[in-house]
Design a protein around this ligand. Structure first.
Ligand code: URA
Length: 204
């Protein structure tokens, strides 16, 4: 795989620096007051598959790494099941900071943080975006012109949605958020079945 070009690397550094400085980060003060880290993203800068979660949890905010806590262990098991390595993919979230008490992201927070996500997508240019849970699914489907197809995650998970982005040829695959398994271990089978769709992907 070719090296990431200098301009793209600069842009990723710029994104990191701006988030570290708290530019347009509504949860910056909360981050600093609690000694947390922002969670910018992790993985391959030229990944074909990008995973987008909701927001960092406590473990993530304490370390700065996405999906390193309980939901992360479940995600690792699912990736393992379909033989995908974390170093092959890129993982990030809609929000780059942990919301207090793990509450849901607000509309304003989504509005303020997603320009960072959009810049990350522009640099990494994934062929497939796997959205984990309702928030990232709704955001990404709307962004890619699939607003009319948005339904609750239980209705659309595990399906491939072709976007109108013929230039990048992006496909979107909504998936349950791995945290559902932490609440209901019986769901693991359903998530594994949905993840299997990733094994049949072909990249042009
Ligand atoms: N849940 C998420 O949505 N993202 C993380 O990084 C961790 C837990």
């Amino acid at each position: 795989m070719a090296e990431i070009n200098k301009k793209n690397l600069e842009e990723l550094k710029k994104i990191k620096q701006e988030i570290l400085e708290g530019k347009n980060c509504p949860l910056y003060e909360y981050r600093i007051e609690n000694g947390f880290y922002p969670v910018i993203g992790q993985g391959n800068h030229q990944a074909k598959i990008m995973f987008i979660g909701e927001a960092p949890g406590l473990n993530e905010a304490k370390t700065g790494y996405p999906f390193c806590g309980r939901a992360g262990k479940i995600l690792d098991e699912l990736l393992d099941f379909v033989d995908i390595k974390r170093k092959e993919i890129y993982i990030t979230n809609i929000l780059k900071d942990r919301p207090p008490g793990n509450r849901n992201p607000s509309r304003e927070e989504i509005e303020d943080y997603t320009p960072y996500l959009e810049r990350q997508i522009k640099v990494i240019k994934p062929k497939v975006i796997c959205t984990l849970g309702n928030y990232s699914t709704a955001y990404i489907m709307e962004k890619y012109g699939l607003k009319d197809e948005i339904q609750g995650i239980s209705k659309i998970r595990g399906k491939i949605f072709e976007t109108g982005d013929t230039f990048q040829n992006i496909r979107i695959i909504p998936l349950y958020h791995p945290a559902v398994v932490a609440y209901n271990p019986n769901m693991m089978g359903a998530l594994k079945k949905d993840f299997e769709i990733l094994t049949g992907l072909k990249f042009s």
